[in-house]
Design a protein around this ligand. Structure first.
Ligand code: ADP
Ligand code: MG
Ligand code: MG
Length: 364
């Protein structure tokens, strides 16, 4: 176990932090005395940061540490977390504070302090555990609800929250609480789509808009360089929803109630069977754009149950080749609410349960 006590160098001016668009720097730092922060164990390493479990005044926290080379990613993540209304949402990882220090050799280092999520990321959780139907619906619903909120442009009193695209939605960027509810995390690549910073133009921006994310989860229009930049707001939301469909597939494949009387298949990342653990951009281009390949559904899901049909349809409607035909996150959320109303019994055998429910809720 690594034990580090970070001594934060007190600076007169927090230059980098105050450069963040619209961020109330005072709020971000005042609540926390970083001198009391202890880093205890490395719990995750992504592309941009190392994440530690730590304690602050005896409370468990997570600390994401960025090197100076990833300063832009840090500033971007901070600027998203500090948007109005975000911190109150149940399905967005809870940001506590951010700070910057100088290492012994004079380089800047940045950190984000956040709630610690007991089970780590969703991919890891599903690798170790299977889930029953209701749990699986709750988990995926939480992710979808978080995304639907992120995508919404909201005016609440004098608070304005722009629509935001996540742009790196993957099962490793979803975190799982001890009660198995899920939150969206890792906003390092996220982008505000409305409000003051919404207009994009020029080649440089085109690059930064279209060329990000995790290749495995990249939508066909991103892989094929055909992202519709004229309606950037819709296009980037549709890219997120494509990845959401893949995340549903990864989750429901680990749902024990969908494999009665047989073993639940081992967890797989989307396309893992086809491209393995480290697909290249070209691998994904060939599979998703040229072959229009999508994850296969297990054989036992072929049974014509209306519920399974509806689940499959929801995934297919998220990862449609035609980006404009995809569900919105709001619609996907409604679909999951409907699915969650089914019990494991009705799920596989009562072909009309969902149909009846739809008639009841819409017809009366
Ligand atoms: P990166 O931007 O480098 O991908 P992430 O924010 O995605 O960094 O974090 C990397 C990994 O660290 C996550 O996939 C997850 O396993 C773990 N992690 C991140 N934040 C937390 C947290 N608050 N609680 C528990 N684990 C976390
Ligand atoms: Mg990540
Ligand atoms: Mg990231």
């Amino acid at each position: 176990v690594l034990f580090l006590a970070y001594r934060v160098i007190k600076r007169k001016q927090k230059l980098s932090l105050s450069a963040v668009d619209g961020m109330e720097t005072g709020n971000i730092n005042s609540a926390v005395d970083f001198n009391d922060l202890k880093l205890l164990e490395l719990i995750g390493r992504g592309r941009y940061g190392a994440v530690f479990r730590g304690t602050l005044n005896g409370c468990c926290v997570a600390v994401k540490v960025f090197s100076s080379a990833n300063g832009q990613n840090f500033l971007n993540e901070c600027s998203i977390y500090s948007l109005p209304l975000l911190r109150q949402h149940d399905n967005i990882a809870r940001f506590l504070s951010a700070d910057e220090r100088t290492t012994a050799d004079g380089r800047a280092e940045f950190f984000i302090l956040m709630d610690f999520y007991h089970h780590g990321n969703l991919s890891r959780y599903l690798t170790v555990h299977t889930v029953d139907w209701l749990t699986c619906c709750r988990m995926t619903h939480g992710v979808t609800r978080g995304l639907s909120f992120l995508h919404s442009e909201l005016n609440r009193g004098d608070q304005y929250k722009p629509a935001v695209a996540h742009r790196d939605l993957t099962s490793r960027n979803v975190l799982v609480r001890a009660d198995l509810s899920c939150v969206l995390a890792d906003f390092g690549l996220s982008m505000k789509l409305t409000g003051t910073r919404s207009s994009h133009s020029g080649d440089e921006d085109t690059m930064t808009i279209s060329d990000v994310g995790t290749v495995r989860y990249m939508a066909p229009e991103v892989l094929g360089g055909a992202l519709n930049l004229r309606d950037c707001e819709s296009a980037l939301k549709q890219v997120d929803v494509y990845a959401l469909g893949l995340l549903f597939w990864e989750s429901f494949r680990r749902c024990s109630d969908l494999f009665p009387g047989e073993d639940v298949p081992e967890y797989q990342l989307a396309f893992q069977a086809e491209v393995g653990n480290h697909p290249s951009f070209e691998d994904m281009q060939s599979l998703v754009v040229r072959q229009k390949f999508r994850p296969r559904f297990p054989d036992c899901w072929k049974e014509e149950s209306l519920a399974l049909r509806s689940l499959i349809e929801t995934m297919e409607d998220c990862w449609d080749q035609d980006s404009e035909a995809r569900l919105t996150a709001q619609c996907a959320e409604e679909r999951l609410v409907e699915l969650a109303l089914l019990t494991p019994q009705t799920l596989l055998h009562n072909y009309t349960a969902l149909h009846n429910h739809r008639n009841l809720s819409h017809g009366w």
